[in-house]
Design a protein around this ligand. Structure first.
Ligand code: GLC
Length: 420
């Protein structure tokens, strides 16, 4: 269990259901069971940054008047979301019918029996989905969640200032000299939470290092390659190509800095695109574009992100929950997610859908980012592993530990975490 987390009570957001009075049937999908395992469901997920949940609720509710969905939103921080889910599962809360599982929580939730294996009567067809997303929802060969939206890291850059995006870290650093009145050059997510693990792992992987060996257990982070990767971030703070305030950035803070015109380059997920283009406060509408993340010798590698829907083990309406999972894989929902929230689809064919590609010209870049993304370690002991990465990276970024010391400490802390 992690300490020092801000306990953020999840906000219950009762979305007004589309009124479907007088509708003759609940349009149950074929093959679903009926009876006591059907009824209204609560779906729990992180903050609805792009305000897409009311549309999803309306779509579902018009066909399911007796099994309506209520979304319960958590905070926008991955750590707070995890803490909320852990607390509710520990108390066997039957009200968490469907939960949004960050790709890095699949193993822990599955191992603890908190989410329902999607097999037998809960079987889910994944044949049209991106393989990386299916893998992220699978633990020990069993599918435990339905891919909802994927996530691959992208480089947002000010095309009005830098017409050609940097491919390498050296090019990015050189471009910083051209920033003119823009206050800061580069930022990602460097606060002490899950996003820091994402950013540290990306830097380490891009430089040819790794966090754990292929077995997913043996720490292998105390290497010259990992040091080269971490140094890109450490030197950023030392030399100033990463602004000081970025040490407090989570996704939202970093997005706000870019949106305010205070950054030349931003590492963030796809959801930022829609907000940067639609937020009333955005000063960068039409002034930015999206490119692959840079690395030491060419494009870098993203950490694989994303969220998958799982059926809560204590739900009393599991048959309805399963139908919701199937509904979430539909082209209709997947298109809604990208069109309204620029969330990366999990349905493979949508990446070559001509209408989407013309609206989101960076879709091929995003697909590549996801397909080449490196998963974070897959282990039921992930909370301990990510903590080891976070605290030691954070200490290095703040200059409290040398890169060498941080990696040596990270190595031993990961090793003891994965030993159980
Ligand atoms: C995004 C990613 C998720 C990651 C989190 C870190 O939500 O989809 O996988 O853990 O960011 O902040």
């Amino acid at each position: 269990m992690r300490t020092n987390r801000v306990a953020v009570a999840a906000l219950a957001v009762g979305l007004v259901a589309a009124s479907v009075t007088g509708c003759s049937s609940s349009k149950k999908k074929s093959g679903s069971s009926s009876g006591s395992d059907r009824g209204p469901i609560t779906v729990v997920q992180g903050k609805d940054n792009n305000n897409v949940l009311p549309d999803i609720a309306a779509l579902w509710n018009k066909d399911h008047p007796t099994e309506k969905v209520t979304f319960r939103q958590q905070s926008d921080s991955a750590d707070d979301q995890l803490q909320d889910l852990e607390q509710h599962f520990q108390s066997k809360d039957s009200g968490y019918d469907v939960v949004s599982v960050d790709v890095v929580w699949t193993a822990e939730f599955a191992a603890k029996g908190w989410i329902v294996p999607l097999k037998d009567q809960y079987n889910l067809d994944t044949s049209k989905l991106l393989p990386a997303t299916v893998k992220s929802a699978t633990y020990n060969g069993t599918l435990f969640a339905a891919p909802a939206s994927s996530d691959g890291g992208l480089l947002y850059y000010r095309k009005d200032i830098i017409p050609t995006p940097p491919k390498t870290w050296d090019e990015l650093i050189a471009d910083c000299a051209k920033k003119g009145s823009v206050k800061g050059c580069y930022a990602g997510q460097f606060a002490n939470y899950e996003g820091l693990t994402v950013n540290a792992a990306e830097a380490i992987n891009a430089a040819g290092g790794q966090i754990v060996k292929e077995d997913g257990k043996t720490a292998n982070v105390n290497t010259p390659e990992a040091a080269k990767g971490l140094d890109f971030l450490v030197n950023g703070f030392k030399q100033g190509y990463i602004p000081k305030e970025a040490i407090g950035f989570k996704e939202e803070g970093s997005l706000n800095a870019f949106q305010d015109g205070n950054l030349l380059f931003l590492r963030n997920w796809p959801y930022a695109d829609s907000l940067l283009n639609t937020n009333a406060a955005s000063k960068v509408k039409g002034k930015f574009d999206i490119a692959p993340l840079p690395g030491p010798n060419g494009h870098g590698a993203s950490s694989l992100g994303g969220h998958n829907w799982a059926i809560g083990a204590f739900s009393k309406h599991k048959a309805t929950a399963l139908d919701f999972l199937k509904f979430a894989e539909s082209d209709e929902v997947q298109k809604l997610l990208i069109n309204k929230a620029s969330l990366a689809p999990v349905v493979t064919s949508l990446y070559s859908d001509p209408t989407l590609v013309s609206k989101f010209p960076y879709l091929p870049v995003l697909l590549k980012s996801i397909e080449t993304a490196v998963p974070r370690p897959v282990t039921p002991f992930y909370p301990g592993v990510t903590k080891a990465i976070e605290v030691n990276t954070f200490a290095a970024l703040q200059g409290q530990k040398s890169t060498q010391q941080a990696l040596a400490d990270m190595q031993s802390a990961i090793q003891s975490a994965t030993s159980g």
